[in-house]
Design a protein around this ligand. Structure first.
Ligand code: PLP
Length: 382
């Protein structure tokens, strides 16, 4: 598959490992943990080199403009392996304030234990990360758009500072997906995904991925093998199939999200809407520069007259769930889930009220999603 093929073509074809014996259109599921090592490159599932694992890694690498990649059994499997590969006691990590809760817990628990120190910068478009770099800094870690207010940071501005100081830049690109944003083209060294979200896309497979240069990925492999978060062949095959329709799903997800964000902005029972595709979102101009589409997560704050928890109980098909990125619309209260362990004072400072909801907009029709939202509001207004 040529490097400049279209997004959907790469989603369908890149990485597929054809088999001479079967001439099958799909990568066959190789359900084996033992391989003849004398004749071929040594293989073992925990070496991250099974044909089904590599098919997925190569597909994601192609749609992220990377040389190669590794896939794992979860997003946290990737994040922990990447952080533990490149950080050692005494090193400093420069990281944005709003990051995924599991990453926050890993950094404050595990990295802290081995003596890696942190410098946290505000998740803002005009932040100057030079101010946070010290002689001990080794890595800069970003996530944009960030959970749950869809804060945006300027990727190119950050990677240019990283290059000037010879620092490794790492991004969690889960919320955007490769359809909306390709950070490698903006100078990022390593791009990570919780594949559990948009890449898998049907709320049925858990996996993670990291892509980058051959040199960096081969540095991660031994750490990944030591921690052992491997994906089995069947789950890898499910992931491979899912990514074939990523472009189609994301087109509908993002069009729906834009429309719903606009409708909710004018809704009498909604105080605020957070979506990078809205011109009044503080990250809109930077998002426009670095994203192809604005993603499909829309956060909004309900009016005090509509209790946000009761509202979720009244929904008919939009499912209250901590996950996101499935074809079905999913909704969550950050104060009960991702930000449960953040103090109410800190949540207030972050702008996350108990009335705030994060909607992962699915691929259903906009009229139906809005009908469900409106009927749940109306039940409480009576
Ligand atoms: N990164 C982000 C932005 C996430 O939302 C999540 C999970 O919600 C993760 C990483 C972790 O991924 P996983 O749950 O697949 O381990």
């Amino acid at each position: 598959m040529k490097n400049n093929s279209g997004f959907n073509s790469k989603c369908v074809h890149a990485g597929t490992a054809m088999q001479k014996e079967t001439n099958a259109a799909n990568t066959p599921i190789v359900a084996s943990t033992a391989f003849r090592y004398l004749d071929t490159q040594m293989q073992y599932p925990r070496m991250f080199n099974l044909v089904n694992q590599m098919a997925v890694a190569n597909k994601i690498a192609a749609i992220e403009y990377a040389e190669t990649g590794l896939i794992f059994s979860s997003g946290m499997g990737v994040i922990s392996a990447v952080l533990m590969t490149f950080l050692k006691p005494g090193d400093e990590l420069v990281i944005q304030s709003n990051i995924y809760g599991g990453t926050y817990m890993f950094i404050h628990g595990e990295l802290n234990k081995i003596g890696v120190t942190l410098k946290v910068f505000p998740t803002e478009i005009d932040v100057n990360i030079e101010d946070y770099i010290t002689p001990k800094t080794k890595m800069v870690y970003i996530e944009t758009p960030a959970n749950p207010l869809l804060d945006i940071v300027d990727i190119e501005k950050i990677t240019s500072v990283c290059k000037a100081h010879n620092l490794l830049s790492v991004i969690d690109n889960t919320f955007a997906s490769p359809y909306c944003q390709n950070p490698i083209n903006l100078g990022v060294d390593l791009v990570m995904h919780s594949g559990t979200k948009y890449l898998a896309g049907h709320s049925d497979v858990m996996f993670g991925a990291v892509v980058g240069t051959h040199e960096l990925i081969e540095k991660i492999r031994p750490t990944a093998m030591a921690y052992g978060s491997v994906l089995d062949a069947k789950a890898a095959s499910d992931a491979e199939k899912s990514i074939k329709t990523l472009g189609l799903r994301m087109k509908k997800h993002t069009e729906n999200a834009q429309e719903i964000a606009e409708i909710l902005s004018k809704h009498p029972k909604v105080n605020k809407v957070f979506y990078p595709g809205l011109p009044n979102h503080k990250g809109h101009d930077v998002a426009k520069k670095q994203m192809r589409a604005y993603g499909a997560i829309v956060s909004f704050e309900l009016h005090d007259s509509v209790n946000a928890v009761d509202f979720q109980k009244n929904l008919e098909f939009i499912m209250p769930s901590v996950s996101l990125g499935g074809v079905e619309s999913l909704i969550t209260s950050p104060f009960l889930t991702s930000h449960k362990f953040v103090s109410p004072e800190d949540r207030q400072k972050m702008g996350i009220s108990n009335q705030m909801l994060r909607l992962s907009v699915g691929i259903e029709e906009v009229e139906d999603i809005m009908f469900d939202i409106n009927q749940a509001i109306e039940k409480l207004s009576k």
